[in-house]
Design a protein around this ligand. Structure first.
Ligand code: ADP
Ligand code: MG
Length: 709
């Protein structure tokens, strides 16, 4: 590996340790960081434009001219400025500076030759360049023979310094043979090596020193073969690292949960519905994983209302019928409570005790639950974050189910993994059971576009439920300007009068939770006045847990007809009789959130409607979002639009801290490369482990070991 020395080398010359700090700010520590610090754009200083023809250069194309200074003056109208007049054989041009150093005024002395680079515009006295970059030529200087890269930089670090440091980094790496090709021919050839897919060294060279005849546009918009190579390499490193992690985990031991018992079959028989074929497929994939003595880490994805819970219940039963426990965890009390109800409804008739554990329950009840799960008397436990705590011991944990997984961090999942089997110190089980870890099933209602899932969830197996249970009524979405509020009131009165229920979601106020709470309370009060004949309820995040649960229970029971809510209802609440939702200030919500919220209605037999109240004027972004949510009901289509509008950050939640982020590749534009890298990673790990290691070292250096859970 090329030198680990500080990339600045001669830091002292550039003013002490400041330089290294600035480089660190850009993430530039190793030579390889410098090599991969790629230009934002390029400037063409390889050519001179005759002054006489600059006027015909298209606007915002930067041109370079060379001329002799005819005169320079400091003018004061309309404001203080430095103006130099230069000339070549073809014409005269003004260089105009509004901020300048005295040294610059001095340098532009009459008679010297300058080379200036900038944008030309038509000025009062003819062509002029505003704030050109320039230097004085003491003697004739050849033009550079490559385009000039412009690098991302930070205050106090000039392009010239950065360029020099990068050059030195490349030279050192080159001398140390660190730019050699590491990918095997079998990977390179199908990608179009070498014309469509250059060697690493050539790609680096083309990007840092592009020839004047290179396709500047392709370099700029990052479609050039050199960029293809760099992006592929980047995604490949990410894939290798995650698949390596996946393989190591698969090598560990987990209890084998066989399909040789009656309980799951009994549940399937007792359900009032048949599984959809998508549910059957997902359950089949999960069952196959559980039947192997290595930990499953599977993500179950399915749109809101697609029926993930029953699949999770089947998985829990599979653990129970094999003599193991299952822990089910949800990010909010409301959601956990709902799972508890569903699981109890399904499992209690089969003679299985479902325990309930949250931070808010009375101490005595909690102690009793803890004892029951530690003794193995409660085979299934449902709860919130409380399940993570040290005091919680499970006798024989075989499966962990995490709903809305993106709300939990990697560290929390790790904490749960360690709960398996350690209550078993008497060694009553087989030896390997003591270091066995539980299987994990993660669920997410946020549909994730394929390339994103392939990229950021490459260390997981993924099952998708891409079908809704039959008989669902599509939700009609209406966009209504706030000025027509009274019509909305009339619709609420009508729906609730006919025995149905409605949600009223309060505006999102990102900067202030307190303000959002106040808005919810105000809305609740005004709606209570507006609808004296209805029972209006209020639920928000600051409500004590018991109260929250009580309000939700009253809504489920139909005692509350109109529920005013902050976004706490976003996740997973299932009330079939609720057929109407009003979202106030819908323009403030993100697409994923709007989709989740809307998914709360349309769960029963009635026609459902979701009214998006918005306030004019709308920003372009808000307009785009509302258009998507109005036109689309498919979660995957919405997610794809969201990814395009906002980038991947939103989807990753807590995982973001674990996965190496992509700097160069774009999951939307470079989908083809993501697919190719995904496949290549498997081949490399199987057949070229040495190349895989070298590639990881090059791209991730010491950060190769980034994921623990
Ligand atoms: P989500 O995937 O959003 O968690 P749920 O598991 O809460 O969805 O399911 C939504 C509703 O659909 C629940 O009332 C559930 O009992 C019901 N359901 C699940 N599967 C089916 C099915 N195959 N047929 C009919 N209803 C189903
Ligand atoms: Mg759910």
């Amino acid at each position: 590996m090329a030198g680990k020395q500080a990339p600045s080398g001669n830091a002292a010359k550039h003013g002490a340790d400041g330089l290294d700090a600035r480089l660190a700010k850009l993430g530039l520590r190793r030579d390889f960081d410098l090599i991969l610090h790629l230009p934002l754009r390029y400037e063409d200083e390889t050519r001179l434009t005759p002054i006489g023809s600059v006027a015909s250069a298209p606007a915002d194309v930067l041109v370079q001219v060379e001329g002799r200074v005819l005169g320079t003056e400091i003018a004061y109208r309309p404001r203080r400025q430095l103006v130099a007049r230069i000339e070549d054989d073809t014409g005269i041009l003004y260089l105009r500076f509004f901020n300048f150093y005295p040294s610059q005024a001095k340098a532009l002395a009459e008679g010297v030759t300058v080379r200036a680079f900038g944008e030309v515009r038509a000025g009062f006295f003819g062509g002029e360049m505003i704030h050109p970059r320039f230097h004085v030529l003491r003697r004739p200087e050849p033009l550079p023979d490559a385009l000039t890269p412009v690098y991302p930089t930070t205050a106090g670090l000039s392009q010239v310094t950065l360029r020099t440091l990068i050059e030195r980094g490349i030279e050192r790496a080159s001398t140390a043979h660190a730019l050699e090709e590491v990918l095997p021919a079998a990977i390179l050839a199908p990608l179009g090596f070498p014309s469509r897919f250059p060697s690493f060294r050539n790609a680096i060279d083309a990007l840092h020193h592009p020839r004047p005849d290179s396709n500047a546009l392709m370099l700029q918009d990052r479609t050039h073969p050199a960029w293809r190579r760099i992006k592929f390499d980047e995604v490949l490193a990410q894939q290798l690292s995650m698949r390596l992690h996946y393989r190591r985990r698969r090598a560990r031991t987990a209890p084998r949960l066989e399909d040789a018992h009656a309980l799951t079959a009994q549940l399937l028989k007792a359900l009032p519905f048949r599984l959809t074929s998508a549910q059957q497929r997902a359950w089949g994939e999960i069952a196959a994983d559980l039947n192997v003595a290595h930990p499953m880490h599977r993500l179950l994805q399915g749109d809101v209302g697609s029926g993930k819970t029953v699949v999770a219940a089947l998985a829990a039963l599979r653990a129970v019928e094999n003599g193991f426990q299952a822990a089910v965890m949800a990010p909010t009390e409301i959601l956990a409570e709902q799972h508890f109800r569903k699981f109890s409804e399904w499992l209690t008739p089969l003679g299985i005790r479902v325990a309930w554990l949250t931070g808010s329950q009375p101490k005595s009840e909690r102690r009793e639950t803890l004892e029951a799960i530690a003794a193995g008397e409660a085979p299934v436990v449902v709860g919130t974050h409380a399940l993570f705590q040290d005091k919680v011991k499970l006798a024989k944990l075989g499966l962990v189910i995490v709903d809305e997984q993106h709300r939990f961090g990697v560290a929390q999942r790790l904490a749960l993994r360690k709960k398996g089997g350690d209550g078993d110190e008497a060694g009553s089980g087989a030896t390997d059971r003591n270091n066995a870890e539980p299987h994990q099933l993660m669920m997410s209602a946020t549909p994730i576009p394929r390339t994103l899932s392939m990229s950021y969830f490459a260390d997981l197996d993924v099952s998708v439920i891409d079908e809704l249970p039959p008989g669902r009524q599509p939700v009609v979405t209406k966009l209504v300007s706030d000025a027509r509020r009274s019509e909305v009131m009339a619709r609420i009165r009508e729906a609730c009068g006919a025995g149905r229920q409605a949600y009223w979601v309060c505006p999102l106020i990102e900067e202030s939770e307190a303000l959002q709470l106040q808005t919810a309370i105000d809305t609740y009060e005004s709606l209570s006045v507006e609808f004296p004949e209805l029972h209006v309820g209020l639920v928000h995040g600051r409500l004590p847990n018991e109260e929250k649960a009580a309000v939700m229970a009253a809504f489920v029971a139909g005692e509350i007809q109109l529920l005013v809510a902050t976004t706490v209802i976003e996740v997973g609440v299932d009330v079939a009789n609720a057929s109407m939702m009003v979202i106030e200030h819908a323009e403030r919500f993100g697409l994923a959130q709007l989709h989740q919220l809307r998914g709360r209605v349309g769960r029963g037999v009635d026609d459902s409607v979701c009214i998006l109240l918005y306030q004019n004027p709308l920003s372009q972004g808000a307009r785009d979002r509302l258009k998507v949510i109005y036109e689309q009901s498919d979660g995957f289509a919405i997610a794809a639009a969201d990814l395009e509008q906002r980038g991947p950050g939103e989807y990753l939640g807590a995982r973001q801290s674990g996965a190496p982020l992509l700097r160069f590749a774009d999951l939307v534009a470079d989908a083809e490369l993501v697919e190719a890298a995904h496949a290549a990673a498997e081949v490399m790990l199987d057949e070229y482990p040495d190349a895989a290691r070298k590639h990881l070292e090059r791209w991730l250096g010491g950060r190769a070991e980034f994921m623990q859970a």
